[in-house]
Design a binder for this molecule. Structure first.
Ligand code: SF4
Length: 114
């Protein structure tokens, strides 16, 4: 499998193979590339960005404070869709705690005033 490393602007083109249960990575300039390729191969994760309902149809921009499993993104989005912000929040305030049951929180990415 070919993969472009997105960990820095250099964008190394990597080749990733699974052999005898091991992930073999070539083309990476530094160890971060291998780490990224292994993660993408074994358990890809993403930071989720979205908005949560506020008062009077307002939307509060949010994101997960760390990457969540790609396979769990629909559950995270369902919880974001169900949530509503009823009070003032600032950047970084937790809107949904432990949204993925692995410790990731959904946090505000902009101030919101009711
Ligand atoms: S492998 Fe290292 S140098 Fe290459 S894009 Fe990834 S982080 Fe940058």
């Amino acid at each position: 499998m070919e993969l472009i490393c997105i960990q820095c602007p250099r964008g190394c083109a990597m080749n990733v193979e699974k052999k005898d249960g091991e992930v073999i990575v070539t083309g990476n300039f530094c160890p971060k590339g291998k780490e990224y390729a292994v993660s993408e191969t074994i358990e890809p994760r993403r930071v989720v960005t979205s908005t949560v309902r506020g008062v009077n149809n307002a939307r509060v921009p949010v994101k997960t404070d760390r990457a969540v499993k790609k396979t769990g993104i629909f559950d995270v989005m369902r919880r974001i869709k169900e949530a509503k912000v009823l009070k003032n929040v600032d950047i970084g305030d937790i809107i949904i705690e432990n949204v993925d049951n692995e410790g990731a929180n959904v946090v505000a990415t902009a101030p919101y005033r009711v």
